[in-house]
Design a protein around this ligand. Structure first.
Ligand SMILES: Cc1cc2nc3c(=O)[nH]c(=O)nc-3n(C[C@H](O)[C@H](O)[C@H](O)COP(=O)(O)OP(=O)(O)OC[C@H]3O[C@@H](n4cnc5c(N)ncnc54)[C@H](O)[C@@H]3O)c2cc1C
Length: 588
């Protein structure tokens, strides 16, 4: 019987597992998908091979790609971009690691405080989370992104708009800056050559600037797993959790079981104390395992689904409600000059617009650029939006680009620039996850239904999206784009949060301020669903990981009689020699 069971090994789960294993607890991690133990042979850089939602190796589904994917019942046009497998959706992520803006925390008294979703603040102040940010930033580690051509073009546009250069990690006003990224900076030959023979570790270290972040990070070739460039959890927290006995004086290595779908959270007879889980393996076997504490980290769609399918109590009908997704949009510029859009890490530069959201430069290979331009809620050339019409926000065009328009825009995929609009969106009750949905059940039970009322978002959310999109269009023009296009994306739910939110009041939150479920003790949530709100627009994973670290401390103190460690000890970095040696010795 383990001390703690963690459900899911994506962005949040491995953080709790690593922290508690380092303190000597016996932790079992159950992951629905596969572990890609040898990405050099299992992965390719081909975009369809990786990303096809039905058959790609980075999809939501079982390890066996000849079997169907796990479906969700989704709103029209939309797509939930999540990955099953060790690393979860961080297998895709760009590693952008900004902190949340202070305005989304309790106690914020800045002049702009009324601009935020003040009904759904974090139940503690920003300063409370700061040491946990610092701990995670040192562990991953988070580093300032290198600047290439696409970043120079993007930041040139931002500066021309009069947005100041932000130099602090804390976002206190509008500004532009290099991203803080969970990607190791290029070293040695990395970034200086495209010759694969010269890009092997240790001659090449860190990001090789290959331009294929979406397809999973397996470079530099020959590097031990914990020294791969991007710090998706399969390369950072997972190697640490599996070797905790080697680098921590009291550590105990985590047990990881893959292909293990948790189908029910088990409780005492009253249904108010978690005592374990039931899970199903790829071959159909069902098992039950008990533990002192259960941590739910299955992501913002599956965590509420699992709660609902386990018939756990929900007296205020809150579970699954309040889904936030940054109501994304994309703005696309075509340039006469070379931009290097397909080169380097996916996103290395950003603009923050506190109170509204932000804008990121996003670099993509050609097929993903075409996908982005064909994804619109406004139909072809803006003819076809059913309700809630948006305008061009000053762009030359709106909607899907098809045919010769698409060919023209992409005639040179390195003379384009994509800006992602990340809206500070509201927690709204009707945007939600429910189970069962209308689709037939999959192998593991009724599937989740995602409801996103994207054409009827709150007035503040719509205002924020239009403000950020208009600013992105102006930025493109200021950077020198010869034409600018607004996509008006339907929900592309790749930042999914808040469906099991932490809050101050039991009427509108599932989790108390320690991350423990209010209605089921010994059950904690440690993924994006625990976030109280959409963070003001910044990408979520760093905040989820900081919060998960804090939650691990709370678990250790409440149920294992231990002390807090953040602020009292120095964190061990995931590229520390002790981790590397254990990874090599164990063939991880
Ligand atoms: C293209 C793309 C780019 C992104 N870029 C960034 C970025 O730059 N910065 C950033 O902060 N965020 C980024 N994100 C978002 C980031 O990936 C997520 O914030 C993060 O992965 C969320 O972590 P999570 O733990 O909530 O969920 P996930 O990472 O999705 O992990 C959930 C895990 O639980 C497992 N699971 C689900 N159900 C069960 C079950 N019943 N039993 C057992 N296991 C289960 C899943 O298989 C999965 O491994 C990006 C996402 C995408 C798609």
């Amino acid at each position: 019987m383990p001390d703690v069971i963690v459900i899911g090994s994506g962005g949040g789960g491995p953080v709790v597992a690593k922290e508690l294993a380092a303190r000597g607890l016996d932790v079992l991690v159950l992951e629905a998908g596969p572990r890609f133990a040898d990405p050099a042979t299992e992965w390719t850089h081909f975009e369809d091979d990786a990303n096809n939602p039905v058959s790609g190796f980075l999809r939501s589904g079982p390890a066996d790609r000849s079997r169907p994917p796990w479906l969700r019942d989704l709103p029209q046009h939309s797509y939930v971009w999540q990955v099953t497998g060790v690393g979860g959706t961080t297998l895709h992520y760009f590693g952008n690691s900004p902190r949340a803006v202070p305005g989304v925390f309790a106690g914020y008294d800045g002049a702009d405080r009324s601009l935020y979703d003040t009904g759904h603040l974090f139940p503690f102040g920003y300063d409370e989370l700061r040491p946990y940010y610092e701990w995670v930033e040192a562990t991953l580690p988070v580093q300032t992104a290198p600047m290439g051509t696409k970043e120079r073009v993007f930041l040139r546009g931002a500066a021309a708009l009069g947005l100041p250069h932000q130099v602090s990690l804390d976002t206190t006003g509008p500004g532009h800056r290099a991203q803080q990224n969970a990607i190791l900076q290029p070293g040695g030959t990395a970034g200086r050559t495209r010759d694969p023979a010269l890009l092997r570790h240790p001659r090449a270290r860190g990001c090789t600037m290959c331009g294929h972040c979406y397809q999973g990070c397996s470079l530099p070739a020959g590097a031990p797993r914990n020294l791969k460039a991007r710090r998706s959890t399969d390369n950072s927290y997972v190697p640490m959790m599996l070797t905790a006995d080697a680098w921590s004086p009291h550590g105990h290595a985590v047990t990881l079981v893959t292909g293990a779908v948790v189908t029910r959270i088990l409780t005492d007879d009253a249904g108010t104390v978690a005592r374990g889980v039931r899970f199903r393996t790829d071959d159909g076997d069902e098992q039950e395992v008990t533990a002192d504490v259960v941590v739910l980290a299955a992501g913002a769609i599956e965590s509420p689904r699992l709660w609902q399918l386990s018939d756990l109590p929900d007296p205020y009908d809150r579970v699954g409600r309040g889904l936030t997704d940054h109501h994304l949009d994309a703005v696309f510029g075509v340039f006469d000059e070379y931009t290097g859009e397909t080169r380097g890490a996916g996103s290395n530069a950003r603009v923050d617009l506190p109170g509204y959201g932000g804008i990121e430069q996003v670099g993509m290979p050609p097929a993903l650029q075409a996908y982005s331009l064909g994804f619109s809620d406004s139909g072809i050339h803006g003819h076809g939006r059913a309700g809630g019409v948006v305008d061009t926000a000053g762009a030359d065009g709106l909607g899907r680009l098809v045919g010769t328009d698409l060919l023209g825009a992409l005639s040179d995929a390195d003379r384009t620039l994509m800006a992602l609009v990340i809206t500070d969106d509201d927690v709204e009750d009707d945007n939600r996850v429910t189970a069962p949905g209308f689709l037939p059940a999959d192998d593991h039970g009724p599937v989740a239904r995602v409801t996103m009322r994207h054409r009827q978002r709150s007035a503040r959310t719509r205002r924020n999206r239009e403000h950020c999109t208009r600013t992105a269009v102006e930025l493109m023009r200021a950077a020198g784009a010869k034409s600018v296009h607004r996509c008006d994306w339907p929900p592309l739910i790749l930042h999914a949060h808040s469906t099991m939110r932490m809050g101050a009041r039991e009427e509108d939150s599932i989790l108390d301020p320690s991350g423990e479920a209010r209605w089921v003790r010994r059950l904690f949530v440690a993924d994006n669903s625990a976030l109280s709100n959409s963070l003001g627009g910044p990408n979520p994973t760093l905040t989820t990981q900081a919060l998960a670290t804090r939650t691990a401390e709370r678990i250790f103190a409440a149920y294992f009689g231990g002390d807090a460690w953040v602020g009292r000890e120095d964190p061990v970095c995931s590229i520390d020699d002790r981790v590397t040696e254990a990874v090599i010795a164990r063939g991880l």
